[in-house]
Structures are given as structure tokens and as C-alpha cells.
Design a protein around this ligand. Structure first.
Ligand code: COI
Length: 366
């Protein structure tokens, strides 16, 4: 268990008023969590300090070789005043997977959970109560050794910052247009597409810029080898409802993130008796289904947006409209059920939410 020292700010910021519409990731709470790693000593120096700039060597390896990872999860304000986290044990586990691939020393899962719980508890008055808002939690680790040789860093910094946030897309649940990218790729087999690593997002920006230029919100990524199999959309997993079945790419290709929302959507669909399929989906198969009028709904899933309905897709200059271009009934039902559980308004049959406690430990992860 971590021994976390707390230094409170002498200069607290004004919290956004309940009447203020929050944007995503623009403002931050008064405090942040820090933990150092030094080779030979391990993780040490757990502390919560006032939110502020970090001081790093300009030679720090993170700036040059991108040895870095991050996570994303949210804390929600329940109607009875409790503060709830959604499946934080999955973030703790996934952080371990990412660290192992990037030669970053793993933070023990129980330490990750304790750090998140302790910081969110300290900042619980920052958890917003506006409809659709939450406290976005951004844990990350950076390589800090100031040496230019290419090798795993001998020192690291683990940081957690908190941002009271509204919807990821300013249009909320309004369906977005998607550009199917068949030139650039996001990730390749054997690479790091399945990780929460900044590099994956850096190399996806060109697709976003191209999509925006063509009048679409995000790019849909195809596989690197054949430019044929559908992988992810923007920073989200992708789902299709085709002839009554819910289909999403399986994770075995190694280039798709194991999303927490993805897993929750599959579980809810199975609970509801909807047939689900995790398998490769080729773009030509999708177009054939479109031709037969079988594509009923398309949506992205992710922590930030939860469910993001897709209204139209553009592939090689042809635009395919999903249904009537509005929010499909399954997308709406999933959004309502997931957010209902996250905000503590609906029964949590799977035990997904964890209440943020004044006691420091959230329990050993499953
Ligand atoms: C998510 O929704 O899970 C994300 O990773 C989005 C984040 C990169 C802003």
C-alpha cells in the first residue's frame, strides 16, 4: 500500500458553476498525484500536490522516443451524493499490459486504484453534477531519464490529473460522419495498436485532419496488411448492428484497444439476448450488407464519448447513410443503460461501479 503525503493548495480555484456547460478536458482540479520510479529503488515518493507544471530535463526520453502511456476513466456524481468510478480495475489491468509492452515498470494494480481513489476523494467537490458531465481522470507515465541513447529509461514519473468535463463531442449523441481511411494506417500486427500509448494517437491525427478536411468528424481505420478489415474509429472501438446481430472487430489482430466500454456493451447486449459477434469485418462484407439494407446501426464506444452514433460513412468517395441518419434505438438504449449505471441511477447487476471512499484502499482488483 502506498504512503501518500498530501500538500494542499493555498490558492484553490473557483469550481465551475452548475449552470456552466463544461467542455472536455479544458479545466483541471486543484491537485495532482505524483509517484517517482528509480531503477534499483522501484516506485517511491507517492504524493498529492497542488496542480502545476512539471520540471523535466529537455533531454527526458519521453520527448524523444515517446516512452509514455496513459489511461482514461471517469468519476460520476450519483443522485444520493456518492462518487462512483466505473470499472477502474480494468484500467489498472490494462495499464499493466501497456507498461509491459513499452518496457515501463508496472505500477501495482492496487497502488493505481489507491492513488485514483485518494485523489478523487480529495477532489470530490469537483465532480460536476450537470447532466452528462463527469470528472475525467487521466493517469499517465512518462520516461524522465535525461539521456539521448535509445534504451528503456531508468527513471519515470506516474501522474494523475483530473478534469471536470462535459461530452467529448460537443454535439453529444448527435450522429457523426466518418471517413474510411484507406491510405494511412493507425497500427500494424506486432505493433502497439492495442495499447493506451500516446504514439497511437499521434499517428492517428493525420486521419482526423484528412477526415475534417473532407467534412467528416473522424477516420475509420482499416488493417495495415490488406487495408480491408475494419479496426477502430477515431479514438474509439466500432460496432455495427447488421441484420439484428451486433458485430465488432475481435481483438486477436493485436492492433485494437480492449476498450472498457466495448466490453460493457458486449455484456449488456448479451444480457438483453442480442446475438453478438467478435470477428474480423471486411469493408467489402460491410458494403454488401449495406447493399442488402442490413446495416441498421453503427456506433463508436469509448470512455470519453460512451456511445457515439455514426450517421454516415464515406468510402472511396461514396457516402453510405446509416438508417435515417438519426440515433438508432440500440445506440440510445446502450447509452441510457451505461450512463444510468455509471451515475448510480440504475441497478448495477455486474458490480461495475466502485464508490470512492474516504478510506484509501479500493480493494484488490479482480
Ligand atoms: C476514450 O474514449 O477511451 C479515449 O481514449 C479518448 C481519449 C483519448 C480522449
Amino acid at each position: 500500500m502506498l504512503d501518500i503525503s498530501i500538500t494542499r493548495t493555498g490558492n484553490p480555484s473557483a469550481k465551475p458553476g452548475a449552470d456552466k456547460a463544461l467542455r472536455f478536458g479544458r479545466i483541471f482540479t486543484d491537485h495532482m498525484f505524483l509517484l517517482d520510479y528509480t531503477q534499483g529503488e522501484g516506485w517511491h515518493g507517492a504524493r498529492i500536490v497542488p496542480f502545476g507544471n512539471l520540471s523535466l530535463s529537455p533531454a527526458a526520453m519521453v520527448f524523444h522516443y515517446a516512452q509514455e502511456m496513459f489511461e482514461g476513466l471517469k468519476a460520476y456524481r450519483a443522485p444520493d451524493g456518492r462518487t462512483l468510478l466505473f470499472r477502474p480495475d480494468m484500467n489498472a489491468r490494462r495499464m499493466g499490459t501497456t507498461c509491459a509492452r513499452l518496457c515501463i515498470p508496472e505500477v501495482p494494480q492496487e497502488d493505481f486504484l489507491q492513488a485514483v481513489n485518494t485523489l478523487v476523494h480529495l477532489e470530490k467537490d469537483w465532480v460536476p453534477s450537470q447532466e452528462g458531465s463527469s470528472l475525467y481522470i487521466r493517469p499517465y507515465i512518462i520516461a524522465t531519464e535525461g539521456v539521448l541513447g535509445v534504451a528503456p529509461s531508468k527513471t519515470y514519473l506516474f501522474v494523475i490529473i483530473l478534469s471536470p468535463s462535459g461530452s467529448y463531442y460537443e454535439g453529444g449523441l448527435t450522429p457523426v460522419g466518418i471517413w474510411i481511411e484507406d491510405d494511412y494506417v493507425r497500427a500494424a500486427p506486432g505493433g502497439m495498436g492495442y495499447l493506451k500509448a500516446g504514439g497511437n494517437y499521434a499517428c492517428s491525427l493525420v486521419g482526423q485532419v484528412k477526415a475534417h478536411g473532407a467534412g467528416y468528424a473522424q477516420a475509420l481505420w482499416l488493417d495495415a496488411v490488406h487495408r480491408r478489415f475494419i479496426e477502430e474509429v477515431g479514438a474509439m472501438n466500432i460496432f455495427f448492428k447488421i441484420a439484428g446481430r451486433v458485430v465488432t472487430p475481435d481483438l486477436s489482430c493485436g492492433s485494437i484497444l480492449a476498450g472498457v466500454t466495448r466490453d460493457s456493451v458486449l455484456t449488456l447486449c448479451r444480457d438483453w439476448g442480442i446475438q453478438t459477434e467478435e470477428r474480423p469485418i471486411a469493408i467489402d462484407e460491410l458494403l454488401e450488407c449495406w447493399g442488402r439494407g442490413e446495416v441498421e446501426e453503427v456506433f463508436g464506444t469509448g470512455t470519453a464519448a460512451v456511445i457515439s452514433p455514426v450517421g454516415r460513412l464515406c468510402y472511396k468517395d461514396t457516402v453510405h447513410t446509416v438508417g435515417d441518419g438519426g440515433i438508432g434505438p440500440l445506440s440510445r438504449r446502450l447509452y441510457d443503460e451505461l450512463t444510468g449505471i455509471q451515475y448510480g441511477r440504475l441497478a448495477d447487476r455486474h458490480g461495475w461501479t466502485r464508490e470512492v471512499q474516504g478510506t484509501v484502499n479500493l480493494g484488490v482488483p479482480i
